[in-house]
Design a protein around this ligand. Structure first.
Ligand code: ADP
Length: 258
């Protein structure tokens, strides 16, 4: 049976609303260096949360811990789904990680059997209805990331983990991808954690923006602006300035540091 499609074309799973995330005292140590320290965090199901922070602040490490790809050195990271099964989490990276010898459609179907209709609906939803047969090498960077997003969504993740997914794209393609992601998230609420270096991207897309500093959450902002026309909103502009000055000169800087 063909999947039921909302306006964005993303196949719907009405029984899932997103995973709840609970981190308690999470720490991660590499050698004798603690990258994350005693981090407590609750993320509501269906919310869109972004992480900012200087390079090396531990953002990707945190995402890998949440994905279960890495174990914390201390504390616990728990995901609670809406159903009896553990929630499904999928990760998307700055590199598209498509297999070059598989078509776009077969990349969406990687590791999955017999859901070609759904894969096509997703390619349609990300604006690639006519590129399913294309090899990754024939697609632009933005198109390849669309395929990667479709591949992640095919699994109906209750948690989508995005590690700088648009970091390698040009400014215009990046805005188009942000709009696509937001539209898909609004159609099918799921919990999204986004790591980005782009302060505006975080503010435009998120319900909540967290700044990681010194291995912990240095700042926790609720972004209660209406969606759709946030760019250029006076409050967004002032948050952006504040966050940029935090990031350029972190509050955690050692007293007396040059
Ligand atoms: P961010 O995503 O904020 O840039 P990361 O989470 O990638 O930061 O890395 C945080 C710190 O942990 C960095 O100093 C990095 O070099 C270190 N690190 C990350 N993974 C490993 C690893 N597997 N082994 C040793 N050090 C690591």
């Amino acid at each position: 049976m063909a999947p039921q499609l909302p306006p964005s074309g993303v196949p719907v799973t009405p029984d899932r609303a997103g995973a709840r995330l609970s981190l308690e005292g999470v720490g991660r140590r590499y050698g004798d260096r603690w990258v994350l320290k005693d981090l407590d965090l609750e993320v509501e199901p269906g919310s869109f949360v972004s992480f900012l922070g200087p390079s090396g602040a531990g953002k990707s490490t945190l995402l890998r811990i949440v994905a279960g790809l890495e174990q914390p050195s201390s504390g616990t990271a728990r995901l609670h789904g809406s159903g009896p099964r553990p929630p499904m989490a999928r990760m998307m990276f700055q590199e598209d990680r498509l297999l070059p010898w598989r078509s776009a459609e077969d990349n969406v179907l990687l590791g999955v059997r017999g859901r070609r209709e759904e894969a096509r609906a997703l390619l349609d939803a990300v604006g690639l209805a006519d590129r399913g047969d294309a090899w990754p090498s024939a697609l632009s960077g933005g198109q390849r990331q669309r395929v990667a997003l479709a591949r992640a969504l095919l699994h109906h993740p209750e948690l989508l983990l995005l590690d700088e997914p648009f970091g390698a794209l040009d400014a215009i393609t990046r805005i188009a991808m942000q709009r696509l992601l937001e539209r898909m998230w609004l159609d099918q609420p799921r919990t999204v954690l986004l790591v980005t270096h782009d302060v505006e991207e975080a503010l435009v897309l998120s319900d909540r923006v967290l700044v990681l500093a010194d291995g912990s959450v240095g700042r926790d902002l609720s972004i209660d602006l209406p969606r759709g026309d946030r760019r250029g909103h006076p409050r967004l502009v002032s948050w952006k300035e504040e966050l940029l000055s935090d990031l350029v000169e972190p509050a955690s800087a050692a007293p007396g540091a040059a």
